[in-house]
Design a protein. Sequence first.
Length: 348
Amino acid sequence: MYLLTVIEEVYCMQQWLFIRTLLGHVPLLVKLLLAVISSGIIAGACVHSLEPDKFTTWFDGIWWAFITVSTVGYGDFVPESTIARVLAIVLIFVGVGFMTLLVTSFAGAAVSINQSTKEGTISFIGEGHLIIIGWNEKSRHAVENIQKAKPHLKIVLIDETLSEVPKNYKNIHFVKGNSSEDAILKQANIALASSVLITAKHQGSEFTADARSILTTLAVKGQNPDIYTTVEILTKEQLENARRAGADKCVESTSLTGAVLTSNLLHHETSDVVNELLDYDRKNLIVLSPVKDEQIGQPFLSIVTVYYQKGFLLIGLKRSEQIILHPHASLFLEPKDELITIKPNKAT
């Protein structure tokens, strides 16, 4: 008998420890909500039992209890007996206390979440979003153009220098941290993102900036090998390393900037034209379309007029990785060619 008693006590203790452990994992807001609901139901059931003539149904009692707990106090149900009023006093101290804690906890949690979102410590929940790594003038310009073209597209910004999310930008979720760390990329939900833009960090040498971009590319492709990745590279020598790391498109920004500056310096009469073509709104007019079956084997000149009559200006073609602008009129089209056209500008 003594052994059975000990076993029962041990079993009860284990059960109690299990319940305490389980409750320890329940969030505070859930505990408070359960406390408010429980106190309301218990008090409502008790007042119905104490004054069945006044509180004719269980729900009348529960209704009165929750109206009392919420401090609304409609006065449609009022206890009359002393014991019922004592119950009401207890309910006011206990239930209203729980309700106050619940409301303040909700408010505190909302403020905390809002502050954490600003500071970049909240994970992004969504898919099909665009991730931009690094905050600078180029990424700021990219965000503005993206929001102009696709205002509903969600953008996740990863940066370790910002103290909080950039102001005056909508649909941006900020993640603070080192973009080459797996935890930070997971926080940006890299697995469900559609594409990534990695901008160069202009601190230190150009070699260091490129090495950082390549390391980030490796980390991104390690998390999501299929994601389309555009990487800004500062030195021509690192272009091949960026491609080996998995970059789908490398942009040598220093070379591009140098070409624009040289054009402005040496060709004053055409520099404005080049600048217009490099403008995002103009580049958005450029369209690549595959060659149709009936066009295969035809000379380039034979389809120029056809496209022009449709409102498209045919300026060249893409063959494999080669871009051929203004090709010879007799160049014959091949099956995998893509035609480069400029579509009509609706703004004109």
